[in-house]
Design a protein. Structure first.
Length: 433
């Protein structure tokens, strides 16, 4: 693998640029995907045993959740989960679950909450789990995190309705922007509803890793040149599972440039309905093309429509294979085989160009990729979690990462499933340290 990929800088230069963590974490992803797959294989039976009993429940609802980038994982996975399982699946960010729990959590509905979290210390991630337990008489949790020492992991040990899956240590990014943590948790999520065929998917994971190495080895230099262009806006377009990847791409470029490049995302078809107005002469357009032949027709139509009007400053396309001529400024082509990798796995490797572009653009703007912003932090701070009584807050607790090392108290009342007719818990309170 190519974890020691140079990026055109020596290790000492990367350190001076404040870029060494981001550089390593982007480059090691292909190996991390393989390691994540093998770790899942080792724990396959344990996870399957936990899920089998849950899947047997009548009227089960599955909620995929996380905060920020981790929430986008659910957006990408919702369709494939729905396709693979016979239960309704919803992607709901923890930030939405915490503010409006009554819209998503129901007393009489068995619920499986699958949480994705890099650090496991985000206040909303911890509160969402507590709220789900409070609102739902039958609730189980599958917790996927990169940090064995985070509050999420520490508080979930030896609790019967929870199962913890901790990714390989390399998945816990040290830099501000989530890169390997995002793709490793995303891959884990993709494989969860397919545990019964996990052994057969080994070849798919090998191809995925090869595509990641191909992008790093063959297109990083071109992406470095694109980063030198004077663009102040960037648009990422994707269809199906790649729409969620487009969302992550836009956040990654915007984070790594500290908002100096304003980014947006949309589906190819949706872009026609108003968002297309964002294109001006300073806009970078990035197309994430699917290998779904039917959907790809709509994508090509949209690109041809854009080329007749405002084209932006530059157009970049990412293709599984090059079968249609778009005549874009740069085209990233993964292989000469269109269907050797399933569409949903493209959502993992298609984020790499945006990560690489953001890395170089950050340096060009005089920023430090490992910590490009002073206004945002690696773990969100200052979020107060408000307990509920009959729908009204009764007191505030500060559930921040600063409590990560504390022996946090559990709920003060054991009858936390008891509810009024309104559907709200009678009392919910977390002790603070």
């Amino acid at each position: 693998m190519i974890e020691d990929f140079s990026w055109g800088y020596s290790q000492s230069q990367l350190k001076d640029l404040g870029a060494q963590h981001t550089a390593r974490e982007i480059a090691q992803q292909p190996q991390l995907w393989l390691d994540t797959y093998h770790l899942l294989l080792q724990q396959q039976d344990k996870i399957q045993h936990f899920l089998n009993g849950i899947y047997d429940q009548d009227k089960l609802r599955i909620i995929l959740t996380g905060a920020g980038t981790s929430a986008y994982i659910g957006n990408i996975l919702q369709g494939s989960f729905q396709q693979q399982l016979s239960h309704p699946v919803f992607a709901v960010a923890t930030t939405d679950l915490v503010s409006h729990p009554h819209l998503y959590l129901f007393s009489s509905t068995p619920t499986l909450l699958i949480s994705f979290a890099r650090s496991g210390n985000s206040p909303e991630s911890l509160a969402a789990i507590d709220l789900a337990d409070q609102f739902c008489k039958s609730c189980h949790h599958l917790l996927i995190t990169c940090n064995a020492g985070g509050q999420l992991a520490l508080e979930s040990k030896n609790i019967n309705n929870r199962l913890l899956f901790i990714l390989p240590p390399e998945a816990e990014d040290k830099s501000l922007a989530m890169t390997g943590s995002f793709t490793a948790m995303l891959l884990t999520g993709m494989l969860l509803p397919r545990l019964h065929e996990l052994n057969k998917l080994g070849q798919q994971i090998q191809i995925l890793a090869q595509h990641g190495m191909w992008i790093l080895s063959n297109y990083s230099a071109q992406l470095r040149e694109i980063a030198k262009l004077n663009f102040q806006r960037a648009v990422f377009l994707g269809s199906g599972p790649l729409l969620g990847t487009a969302r992550e791409c836009q956040l990654k470029l915007q984070e790594l440039t500290d908002g100096k490049v304003i980014c947006t995302y949309e589906s190819f078809l949706g872009f026609r309905h108003g968002p297309k107005a964002v294109i001006d002469t300073n806009t970078l357009l990035v197309y994430l093309f699917t290998n779904n032949v039917y959907a790809h027709q709509y994508e090509i139509d949209l690109v041809n429509s854009i080329k007749k009007n405002e084209k932006g400053v530059y157009q970049l396309g990412i293709f599984k294979t090059k079968e249609d001529t778009c005549d874009l400024d740069t085209e990233i082509i993964l292989s000469d085989k269109a269907f050797d990798l399933e569409e949903e796995f493209l959502a993992v490797c298609y984020v790499l160009p945006a990560q690489i572009l953001g890395f170089y653009k950050s340096i060009n703007l005089g920023l430090k990729p490992d910590l490009p912003s002073v206004s945002i932090s690696r773990v969100v701070q200052g979020v107060k979690i408000y307990p509920l009584t009959n729908g009204n807050s009764i007191e505030t607790t500060n559930h921040s990462h600063e409590n990560a090392g504390c022996d946090r108290g559990r709920r003060t009342e054991p009858g936390h499933h008891h509810e009024r007719d309104s559907g709200f818990p009678v009392h919910w309170k977390r002790n603070t340290c």
